[in-house]
Ligand binder design. Structure first.
Ligand code: ZN
Length: 258
């Protein structure tokens, strides 16, 4: 047993007993943890409002060995991401970020860069920083945030598909026509490598170029518009690709804007 301090995003809150919750937290310092918060459901409990879904908080907890749940002893709210205030699109996008963090990471496997990426995405979803993609059709912003977060998370965790050249042979994909995205191959395929591959999604050139722009570490994604057609196609491809990694379709995926 040891006492740990960490900065955490609340990913999941499950009722545990009449007075307690079990929480899944993504911490910057230690990665994902599961901890019981005793007394958290009592009015004037020891944790205040710090344990809401998507809250950013400073926590202190007792780290257990031998597979027992960690025990939260303190939680102090740092920031409440105001995704609820911005409507269902932002709220579901926020829930999706939490679900991906939970599904794609392992306990006690820290990824501080991913933590910062998630925090920034939730801040923008909450309207703290105006996104350049949030044009007059403001509803586009959550879809852009989701795609950007997915690709940065995949990059950080080593799952990013090869998008800029053929995943098999490294040559450029065709200069015209649709682009084949091999879900099992882990990237786009040129015309020579495409035959015989299973689970291949066909992308329009625009959808493919959108994925390329959003996956780059730079800020090219902010200048890349997401039309309705591109959004639908890209959501379908990303949903299937991520399902292949985590073993099932993410639950919140069905509620994301297409
Ligand atoms: Zn090839």
């Amino acid at each position: 047993m040891s006492l740990e301090k960490a900065t955490a995003i609340v990913l999941r809150v499950v009722h545990w007993s009449e007075s307690s919750y079990v929480l899944t937290l993504f911490t910057r310092e230690l990665g994902k943890i599961s901890a019981v918060a005793k007394g958290a459901r009592r009015p004037k409990g020891p944790f205040d409002a710090a344990l809401d879904l998507l809250a950013l908080c400073k926590v202190v907890f007792v780290r257990k060995t031998s597979g027992a749940l960690d025990v939260l002893t303190e939680a102090k709210l740092v920031r409440c991401f105001r995704v609820r205030a911005l409507g269902l699109g932002a709220l579901n996008a926020g829930y999706y970020v939490a679900e991906l963090l939970n599904e794609l990471t392992d306990e006690y496997d820290p990824h501080p860069v991913l933590f910062d990426v998630a925090e920034a995405a939730l801040l923008r979803l909450g309207g703290a920083a105006a996104s350049a993609v949030a044009t007059a059709a403001g509803a586009i912003a959550p879809a852009a945030e989701v795609l950007r977060f997915e690709l940065l998370a995949l990059r950080e965790l080593g799952y990013l598909p090869t998008l800029e050249e053929c995943v098999e042979c490294g040559r450029p994909v065709a200069a015209d026509g649709r682009v084949a995205f091999g879900l099992l191959s882990g990237g786009v395929l040129c015309r020579d490598c495409r035959p015989g591959k299973r689970q291949v999604v066909s992308l329009s050139r625009q959808s493919w170029q959108t994925l390329v722009a959003f996956a780059r570490p730079d800020e090219a994604w902010r200048q890349t518009p997401l039309s309705r057609e591109v959004r639908g196609e890209v959501r379908g491809a990303m949903g299937q690709f991520i399902a292949g990694i985590i073993g099932h379709e993410p639950q919140v995926a069905a509620y994301l804007e297409r």
